[in-house]
Write a protein that binds this ligand. Structure first.
Ligand SMILES: Nc1ncnc2c1ncn2[C@@H]1O[C@H](COP(=O)(O)OS(=O)(=O)O)[C@@H](OP(=O)(O)O)[C@H]1O
Length: 203
């Protein structure tokens, strides 16, 4: 981490930190005062997104359905598959809570980041103790991309959307498979809502 002088904050982004054992202790050792931002989305959609990314790099991967269940049948969810394991947010949160209080954490809703980016960013800025400089006027909805984009990024006069690897088309997944996964994640989601005091509205 670079040195931070008075009046500055340093930000670092590593998605795998949330799920990696040993990281909370390491970060706590570096600074017990850090503020932690965690972006979470419906774990079922997250798993499909994860798979979409993996299959784009390895087109020979088995189907989503074959990876998500043990023994090839829609029943026993394969919790050893990373795409599933990562979505059991409450388990990861429990590890972080051994080192950091909940007040030092802020959970960003991945869904609201898309439907109301300015609203979600306002909460982030408040949490970080910053003046709210990123507002409604910085975003527009790009109909081609199907996502919000930045009107004018810092130091540039032209609009900017995230790259091709963000907001990819997901494969069609059978309704029965989706239902089974929703049933699997539901109790973990409920516990996560209870622990964070936020209902993310995942069905
Ligand atoms: N504004 C905007 N534009 C494009 N995409 C957006 C945006 N806001 C959120 N998202 C969602 O971000 C998802 C990709 O984020 P990742 O988690 O893969 O990012 S990272 O690799 O952890 O940095 C990506 O997931 P996929 O839809 O599966 O590609 C998007 O749903």
């Amino acid at each position: 981490m670079p040195a931070t002088i008075e009046g500055q904050i340093t930000m670092e982004k590593t998605p795998s930190y949330f799920i990696t054992k040993g990281v909370p202790a390491r970060i706590h050792n570096m600074s017990r005062r850090v503020k932690l931002l965690i972006v979470v989305r419906d774990p079922v959609t997250r798993a499909i997104s994860d798979y979409t990314q993996a299959v784009s790099k390895r087109p020979d991967l088995p189907s989503f359905e074959r990876m998500a269940f043990v023994n090839d049948s829609v029943g026993l969810v394969d919790t050893s598959w990373g795409a599933i394991r990562i979505g059991v947010y409450v388990k990861h949160l429990e590890r972080w809570l051994q080192y950091f209080p909940l007040e030092q954490m802020h959970f960003v809703s991945g869904e609201r980041l898309i439907s109301d980016p300015a609203g979600e960013m306002a909460k982030v800025q408040r949490f970080l103790g910053l003046k709210c400089v990123v507002t409604e006027k910085h975003f527009y909805f790009n109909t081609t991309k199907g996502f919000p984009c930045l009107k004018k990024p810092e130091g540039s006069g032209s609009p900017h959307c995230l790259g091709k690897t963000k907001g990819r088309q997901h494969p069609h997944i059978d309704a029965k498979v989706l239902q089974r996964l929703r049933d699997f994640f539901r109790p973990f989601n409920q516990k996560f809502y209870q622990m964070t005091g936020q209902d993310f509205g995942w069905s």
